[in-house]
Design a protein around this ligand. Structure first.
Ligand code: SF4
Ligand code: SF4
Ligand code: SF4
Ligand code: FES
Length: 943
C-alpha cells in the first residue's frame, strides 16, 4: 500500500523519469513486499524510495531525493530474501516479487557500526551547532540507537580546518563534513554548474570548490543547492549561524523573476532567517537561484520608505505626513489636474512586481475612477510584443507550455534569451535536459553561457547581428519549406489554409533564403540550414525566447515568425514542444492578464467591445471610456506636449528603466503631479510630488502569475512596514477620490477578477491554497491548463502571418560604427533596486561595457579603462571589459546601476505594433574617456 506522503518529505532517491508523467508511472508498475507490506511502484524505483512509500524510513546519509543515489555511506543496507549480502537500498532498484527486510537485528548492528565510525570523526558540538535539530547525522545516530563511540572522538581528518566564510550567504565548515558528496551531486545534477569535487582519497578526501581556495573565488553561482542537500551543518546559511534556527515557516512565491519559484519563508520572531525552495513548487521542483534563495535582505533594508511624503514642487524638500494627509494631497492634485486639463490628462502605470490583485485594482481605479483608459504597465517595455504576436497567430497572449515540458524536448532553440542568468532555475532545468541528450540551438549575438559550459554545448550557435531576428526566422522557415520538412498533416488539420497559402507564397521567395540573407545577419547560410533541419526533424522541438526577441522595432513580427515556425513543424499542443516566452519580472504575465494595457480590460478583453464594457460597467457601477488610453511612450510625449499632467506610478522606476532617459526626465519634469508608490526612493521619485510607501512581497497576500501562466499564492509573513499593503493604498486613494472600494482581503479581489475574466472563472483562493493553477482555469479546465492549444488553437485555426523583414532605422554609420545591445546578469535584477541592497553586489558592483578585443584595440582601449559610449540619443561612460563573448562590431552592457545611464543612450525607436522599445539595437561609438558624461555629472550633482 502506498501512503499519502508530505511533498516536502525526503524520499531518499528521485522518482524515475519521466518524473512528472503519471501515465508512464502507472504503466510500468512492479509489485514487491517490504517489511511484510505489499507495494506497487514504477520500474526503476529504488528499494529506499519504495520503502518510504510504505512508511518505512530506511536510515540513510549519502542519499537524498534531489540527486541520483551514489551508495557510499552504507547506512541504508537491507536484506532481500534469496539474495546474498546486504545491498544498499538507495542504489538497488526494485524487482517484481522481491521480499525486502529493512529492520533486522543484523542490519541494525551494521548501521550502528557505520554511524559510530562517522561520529568518531565529527565534532560533538551539537548543542551549539546551527543545525541542531535539523541534522541528518544527529537523526541517524539517534535512529540507530548509537550511545557510545568506541574509537574516541579524536578523528583529525577535518577537525582543525578553518571555516570558509567567503560566500556572503553560506559557510563551509569542513570539520563537519562526512564526505557524502550530496553537495557535489547537487551542484552537478540540479544546478549544472559542476563547481564542487571530492579531492583526495580515503581519509584525506575533502570537498573542494573548483580547486580554488574558497567558495567565492570558485565557479559557484550561490544557488544554494549544495546547502539544501547537505545533511550536516557543513554547508549552512550564515543567517542561521548568526540568529539560530527558525521558529515557523510559510509558503510563498519568489518576487524576482518570471520563473516563479515556490519557497518556504523561515522566520524567527518577525525576522526572516532563510528562504528554502519547496520540492512541490511546480516551477522550481526544489531548486533556487541566488536571488530568491538568499537576496531577501532588501525587504528590511534601512532605506525602506516607511512614511508617506509630499511636496509642492520637485525642488522642495520632502515633508513626512500621515497616510490620510498624503492620500488627500494626492487626490486633490489629481482632481485639480483633471478639472484644469481634462479627463484624459492623468493616468497610471501598474507594476509587474506587484500582485495580480494590486494590478487589477490599479487599472480599475484608472478606468472607473479617473474615467479614462490611460493605464499601462512595464510589460510595455519588455514582452508586449509577445502578447500581440501570440494573440494574432495562436489566439492567446501567453506561452504554450509548462516548465516540466522542457524535460520532454529533443531539440531546444533558445532565441534572444540568457536563461542561466535571467531565469536561472529554468536554466538549470534546461541544462539538465541537454545533459540527458536534447540538442541545443542558440540564436544570440553573444556567446551566452549555454553555448558552451560544463557538459553542455550548443549543436548550433547563430551569432546574428542585433536587429536581424526576422531575417533569421524567415531564413529558417524558408529552409524548412524549400526542403519539404514541414508537417503537412498538422498544417492541414490545425491551421487556416488560406493564410498558410499566402504565407507560403511569401516565405518561398528567394529573398528569404539563408543564402540571400546571410550577409545581412552576419551568419553562415549553411549553419542556418543546419539549425532549420535540426529543429524541423525533431520529434519534439521547443522554442524558448526572451527580450532579445521582443525589444526590437520588429519585436511583434519576430514573435509571429516564431509562432509560424512552431505551427509549420507541428510543434504545438504537446509536451516537449511549444512557443515559450521567458517572462522577465515575477508578475509580468499577471500584470498583462489583469488589464494593464490601455486597450484591454482583464483577460485581454477589448475596451472597444460594447458587451465587454457592459459587463464591467454593471460590476463596477460606472461608465467606461470606449477609446483606448495612452501607452507609456504616449504619456511621455503628451506630457512634453502639455496634454498629460499627472501620473500615478506603482512599483516601476521609469526614469531608470525606460529608454532615452533625457526624454523621460523631461516628461516627468513637465507634469503637475507625479505619485510614486515604491519600497525605496528611486530615480523616478526625484521627480515626484507624492511618495507612497510600498510593501514587499513578504508583507502582503496575493498572487503572482509566472511565465507558464501559473497563478501562485504570495503569503503575508510580516506586517507591512509602513502599515499598508499596496492593494490597501490603492483602495484608500480610490476611496478618497470617491470611487468606493471595500475589499477586506485580496481573495475578495480575486473573486471579482474570476467573475469578470473568462480565463480565470474557476480560480479561487481555496484552490490556490492547495496548489498553483495555470490559466485558462474555468468550467472547461477547472484544474487549469498546463499545455495550451492541444486539440485546437484558442483562435480556432492557427494563423500564419507574413513576416516581412524590415531592417531597423537604427543603423551603424561612420559616426556610430558599433551596435550596442543590453541584457542582465545573474546576481542583479533589472534596475537593481532590490539586489543592490543585498550582498549580491559582491558579484556585480558596476555595469561594464563588454567589447571584443578587435574593437578595443582599434580604439586603444584596454581592459578596465573608462570609456564613453555615445549614441544619437546621448552619452554615458562605463569601464570596459574585453570579452571574447562578443563578436566584432557589437558591444554589450547591463543596466542594473542607475549611475551607469545605460538608457541615456538607448533611443526612442520601438516595435511597430506595441511600442516596446528597441533596447537591443543602438548604434554607438566607443572611445576612451576619463571623465563622466554630462548626464552623469548632472545626476551626481542632483543626488
Ligand atoms: S559538505 Fe555536506 S553534503 Fe557535502 S560532502 Fe560534506 S556533509 Fe556531504
Ligand atoms: S551554491 Fe550552487 S553553484 Fe555553488 S557550489 Fe553550491 S550547488 Fe554549486
Ligand atoms: S529563478 Fe527567478 S523565481 Fe526562481 S529563485 Fe531565482 S529569481 Fe526567484
Ligand atoms: S544512503 Fe544508501 S549508501 Fe548512503
Amino acid at each position: 500500500m502506498i501512503r499519502q506522503f508530505d511533498p516536502s518529505e525526503d524520499m531518499g532517491t528521485p522518482p524515475v523519469w519521466p518524473e512528472y508523467s503519471s501515465e508512464y508511472q502507472e504503466a510500468t508498475k512492479v509489485e514487491l513486499v517490504i517489511d511484510g507490506n505489499p507495494v506497487s511502484v514504477p520500474v526503476g524505483t529504488s528499494i529506499m524510495r519504495a520503502a518510504k512509500m510504505t512508511g518505512a524510513a530506511i536510515p540513510k546519509l549519502c542519499a537524498t531525493d534531489s540527486v541520483a543515489a551514489f551508495g557510499s555511506c552504507r547506512v541504508c543496507l537491507v536484506e532481500i530474501e534469496g539474495k546474498k549480502g546486504f545491498p544498499a537500498s538507495c542504489t538497488t532498484p526494485v524487482e517484481a516479487g522481491m521480499i525486502v527486510h529493512t529492520r533486522t537485528e543484523r542490519l541494525e548492528s551494521l548501521r550502528k557500526n557505520v554511524l559510530e565510525l562517522y561520529i568518531s570523526d565529527h565534532p560533538l558540538d551539537c548543542l551549539t551547532c546551527a543545525s541542531n535539530g535539523d541534522c541528518e547525522l544527529q537523526d541517524m545516530a539517534a535512529a540507530t540507537g548509537l550511545r557510545e563511540v568506541r574509537y574516541g572522538h579524536e578523528g583529525k581528518r577535518h577537525r582543525y580546518s578553518e571555516i570558509d566564510t567567503s560566500n556572503p550567504y553560506f559557510q563551509f565548515d569542513s570539520s563537519k563534513c562526512i564526505v557524502c558528496s550530496r553537495c557535489v551531486r547537487a551542484c552537478s545534477e540540479v544546478q549544472g554548474t559542476f563547481a564542487l569535487t571530492v579531492e583526495g582519497r580515503g581519509l584525506d578526501s575533502k570537498i573542494s570548490a573548483s580547486g580554488m581556495p574558497d567558495f567565492l573565488s570558485s565557479d559557484c553561482v550561490s544557488c544554494g543547492a549544495c546547502v539544501q542537500a547537505c545533511p550536516t551543518a557543513t554547508l549552512v546559511e550564515r543567517t542561521l549561524v548568526e540568529s539560530g534556527p527558525s521558529e515557523r515557516k510559510e509558503a510563498t512565491t519568489c518576487a524576482y523573476c518570471g520563473v516563479g519559484c515556490t519557497f518556504d519563508v523561515h522566520l524567527r520572531g518577525d525576522r526572516v532567517v532563510s528562504m528554502t525552495p519547496r520540492k512541490d513548487g511546480a516551477a522550481n521542483r526544489g531548486h533556487s537561484c541566488v536571488k530568491g534563495r538568499f537576496a531577501f535582505g532588501y525587504a528590511t533594508h534601512p532605506d525602506r520608505v516607511k512614511t508617506p511624503m509630499i511636496r509642492d514642487h520637485i525642488d522642495d524638500a520632502w515633508r513626512e505626513v500621515s497616510w490620510d494627509e498624503a492620500l488627500s494631497f494626492a487626490a486633490a492634485k489629481l482632481r485639480w489636474v483633471q478639472e484644469k486639463f481634462g479627463r484624459t490628462s492623468i493616468g497610471a502605470i501598474t507594476s509587474s512586481r506587484c500582485t495580480n490583485e494590486e494590478t487589477y485594482l490599479m487599472q480599475k481605479l484608472v478606468r472607473a475612477g479617473f474615467g479614462n483608459n490611460n493605464v499601462d504597465t512595464c510589460a510595455r517595455v519588455c514582452h508586449s510584443p509577445t502578447g500581440y504576436g501570440l494573440k494574432q497567430t495562436l489566439g492567446e497572449s501567453a506561452g504554450t507550455q509548462d516548465f516540466d515540458s522542457v524535460e520532454y524536448a529533443d531539440v531546444i532553440m533558445v532565441i534572444g534569451a540568457n536563461p542561466t542568468d535571467g531565469h536561472p532555475v529554468f536554466g538549470s532545468r534546461l541544462k539538465k535536459r541537454l545533459r540527458s541528450g536534447a540538442k541545443l540551438i542558440v540564436v544570440d549575438p553573444r556567446a551566452i553561457d549555454l553555448v558552451k559550459s560544463p557538459h553542455v554545448e550548443a549543436a548550433v550557435h547563430l551569432p546574428l547581428l542585433p536587429g536581424t531576428n526576422v531575417a533569421l526566422v524567415n531564413a529558417l522557415a524558408h529552409t524548412i519549406v524549400s526542403e519539404g520538412l514541414q508537417d503537412d498533416a498538422f498544417i492541414q488539420n490545425r491551421c487556416d489554409s488560406s493564410l498558410y497559402a499566402e504565407w507560403l507564397d511569401f516565405i518561398i521567395q528567394p529573398q528569404n533564403s539563408p543564402e540571400a540573407l546571410s550577409a545581412e545577419m552576419g551568419v553562415d547560410a549553411a549553419e542556418i540550414r543546419r539549425a532549420a533541419r535540426l529543429y524541423a526533424k525533431a520529434d519534439r522541438a521547443a522554442i524558448y525566447y526572451g527580450l532579445g526577441v521582443t525589444e526590437h522595432s520588429q519585436g511583434s513580427t519576430m514573435v509571429m515568425g516564431i509562432a509560424n515556425l512552431a505551427m509549420l513543424t507541428g510543434n504545438i499542443g504537446r509536451k516537449g514542444v511549444g512557443v515559450n516566452p521567458l517572462r522577465g519580472q515575477n508578475n509580468v504575465q499577471g500584470s498583462c492578464d489583469m488589464g494593464s494595457f490601455p486597450h484591454e480590460l482583464p483577460g485581454y478583453q477589448s475596451v472597444n467591445d460594447e458587451n465587454v464594457r457592459a459587463r464591467f460597467e454593471a460590476a463596477w457601477a460606472c461608465q467606461l471610456a470606449a477609446e483606448p488610453g495612452f501607452r507609456i511612450p504616449n504619456m511621455f510625449d503628451q506630457a512634453i506636449a502639455g496634454g498629460f499632467k499627472a501620473l500615478y506610478c506603482q512599483g516601476e522606476d521609469i526614469a531608470q528603466s525606460d529608454p532615452n532617459t533625457t526624454h523621460v526626465e523631461a516628461a516627468l519634469r513637465a507634469m503637475e503631479c507625479v505619485i510614486v508608490q515604491d519600497i525605496f526612493m528611486n530615480e523616478t521619485s526625484r521627480f515626484a510630488h507624492v511618495l507612497l510607501p510600498g510593501s514587499s512581497f513578504l508583507e502582503k497576500d496575493g498572487t503572482f502569475t509566472n511565465a507558464e501562466r501559473r497563478i501562485s499564492r504570495v503569503r503575508k509573513v510580516i506586517e507591512p512596514l509602513a502599515g499598508k499593503a499596496d492593494w490597501q493604498v490603492t483602495q484608500a486613494l480610490a476611496n478618497v477620490l470617491g470611487l468606493k472600494m471595500n475589499y477586506q482581503h485580496p481573495s475578495e479581489i480575486m473573486a471579482e477578477i474570476a467573475a469578470l475574466t473568462p480565463s480565470f472563472a474557476s480560480v479561487t483562493y481555496e484552490k490556490l491554497d492547495k496548489g498553483a493553477l495555470q490559466w485558462p482555469c474555468n468550467d472547461s479546465a477547472p484544474e487549469g491548463t498546463p499545455i495550451m492549444h492541444e486539440d485546437t488553437f484558442t483562435r480556432g485555426l492557427g494563423a500564419f502571418v507574413v513576416t516581412e523583414y524590415v531592417p531597423t532605422t537604427e543603423k551603424v554609420t561612420r559616426r556610430f560604427p558599433l551596435l550596442l545591445t543590453t541584457g542582465r546578469i545573474l546576481s542583479q535584477y533589472n534596475v537593481g533596486a532590490q539586489t543592490r541592497r543585498t550582498q549580491n553586489n559582491l558579484w556585480h558592483q558596476e555595469d561594464v561595457l563588454e567589447i571584443h578585443s578587435h574593437d578595443a584595440s582599434e580604439r586603444g582601449i584596454i581592459d578596465g579603462m573608462r570609456v564613453s559610449i555615445q549614441s544619437r540619443a546621448g552619452e554615458t561612460t562605463l569601464n570596459a571589459r574585453i570579452s571574447e563573448r562578443m563578436q566584432p562590431g557589437v558591444v554589450y552592457t547591463t543596466f542594473h546601476h542607475p549611475d551607469s545611464g545605460a538608457n541615456v543612450i538607448t533611443t526612442d525607436n520601438s516595435d511597430w505594433a506595441t511600442n516596446c522599445p528597441e533596447y537591443k539595437v543602438t548604434a554607438v561609438q566607443v572611445k576612451p574617456k576619463l571623465e563622466l558624461s554630462e548626464w552623469q555629472k548632472a545626476r551626481e550633482q542632483s543626488a
